[in-house]
Ligand binder design. Structure first.
Ligand code: EPU
Length: 420
């Protein structure tokens, strides 16, 4: 397994292009299965999760081709049963369930397991599909779903901690081909859901209210091929913004959407980070004295859980006590123990992490446990003096396009060390 070797303690300086959004593109790739016709998706990030989704789509009998950030997909014929081992390995692949069922009248996909950040149930996905008149059974590790034509219905998708992002995506996709009108109440409002809706509308779907908690989808008989450009990755942008602030650097992020990052930018300002935000670019400026924050993760438009770990790394710089409360996933603090190896003082109290910042840090060997935890370790490694080795960076390759190259382009000393 590859690792990153980071010589930290140097300010980052320069310009970075933000890539297309991982969490927008995965459901969009699944949505292409709703039509027999060819779809072209642009600005697709070169990530192992995207190539994995490509494998799943090919295993269902569709053509999938990735070249220079452009994916061409055509699903003339579709198998209704997904490869057990492939689907099981990537949680995001649950979003093929809705499109497969809507297109073929049946679908069998492996039940996704939990992961290091929490149990990650799919009860809301199944509740939504059942409301659209699907019969669902769980047998042999598979979710088996069957329906004649799906029937529009009113569905409340709010769960224990609020809306579900991929659950909303699944039900929205299924409802595009259902008979009649579907109303999703407590729908997720994330920009990735709005982007998916834009793609579905380009395919001929009738969707109103995307980006709000109430979506109305009027089913159509068929969808056609479409082209689409994926939105910029707001979490990648948040990560580089925090890396720049953590190293007291001067970095401009281009081709991004500041309106998708309102909660993050607000918190960074509160923490004293100096910045110039324009519509599609963000410049982080040096010289800000970083101060402590108290923040809770929330569904959009609140502070994203996917940027929580990175903020924790930044807060190691702020003298005093910061409190970060994780409200979306129950065990998303795996990075805290690893940050402690660098000298951090972090106590976990239930859903909150209490960070005593401003202590001296020094490089060490640390282990990445999931995508965003890995990003936090990289930020901490960049900011503390000495050499930090971040092991198991395959997690980063899942969700950050060419992270080592991008960091080197802004002056970071980061080397990818291949496993011998
Ligand atoms: N939940 C349920 N029942 C369900 C579905 C979800 O109780 O049927 C709960 C979850 O356990 C969690 C909460 O609802 O407590 C929110 O989960 P959600 O369904 O919104 O998460 P997701 O759709 O599976 C996506 C992103 C995650 C991101 C979350 C929250 C993709 C591929 N994944 O997951 O991204 O953290 O939304 O914003 O879009 C990441 O990129 O690192 C990542 C983990």
């Amino acid at each position: 397994m590859d690792s990153f070797l980071i010589q930290g303690g140097r300010p980052l300086c320069g310009d970075i292009e933000i890539s297309g959004s991982k969490n927008a593109v995965l459901p969009i790739l699944a949505a292409t299965l709703l039509t027999r016709e060819k779809c072209i998706i642009r600005r697709v990030p070169d990530l192992s999760d995207v190539h994995f989704m490509g494998k799943i789509i090919r295993s269902l009998g569709a053509d999938f081709n990735y070249e220079n950030g452009i994916v061409t997909i055509q699903a003339k014929r579709l198998k209704a049963r997904g490869d057990y081992d492939l689907i099981r390995k990537m949680r995001g692949s649950i979003c093929i369930l809705g499109p497969l069922l809507a297109r073929s009248g049946k679908a069998s996909v492996s039940m996704p397991g939990g992961c290091v950040i929490g149990t990650r149930p799919i009860d809301l996905h199944l509740k939504g599909l059942k409301a659209l008149a699907a019969e669902i059974h769980i047998r042999g590790g598979y979710v088996h779903a069957k329906a004649g034509r799906l029937q529009g219905a009113e569905v409340f998708l709010g769960g224990r901690v609020g809306p579900t992002v991929l659950g909303t995506a699944n039900i929205m996709m299924a409802a595009t081909l259902a008979e009649g009108v579907t109303v999703i109440e407590s729908a997720a409002c994330e920009p990735e859901i709005t982007d998916l809706a834009h793609f579905l509308i380009a395919m001929g779907a009738k969707i109103e209210g995307a980006g709000s908690p109430r979506m109305v989808i009027t089913g159509v008989d068929r969808l056609h091929g479409a082209e689409h450009e994926v939105i910029p990755d707001r979490i990648e942008a948040a990560t580089y913004a925090m890396a720049a602030a953590a190293t007291n650097g001067e970095v401009t992020l281009h081709h991004m959407r500041c309106d998708h990052l309102a909660a993050v930018l607000d918190k960074l300002k509160e923490a004293g980070v100096r910045m110039e935000a324009r519509d599609t670019s963000l410049k982080i400026l040096p010289g800000g004295e970083i101060s402590t924050v108290d923040v809770s993760t929330q569904p959009y438009t609140g502070f994203p859980t996917d940027a929580q770990a990175q903020l924790m790394a930044l807060m190691l710089k702020a003298a005093g006590l910061s409190i970060i409360t994780e409200r979306i996933f129950e065990s998303r603090f795996m990075h805290a123990n690893e940050l402690a190896r660098l000298g951090a003082d972090i106590a976990i109290e239930g859903p909150s992490a209490i960070i005593r910042g401003g202590l001296p840090l020094s490089g060490a060997e640390v282990m990445a446990s999931d995508l965003r935890a890995s990003a936090a370790l990289v930020i901490a490694g960049l900011m503390c003096p000495g050499s930090t080795q971040v092991n198991r960076i395959y997690h980063l390759d899942r969700g950050y396009e060419g992270m080592d190259k991008k960091l080197r382009s802004i002056g970071a000393k980061v080397k990818r060390v291949k496993e011998r």
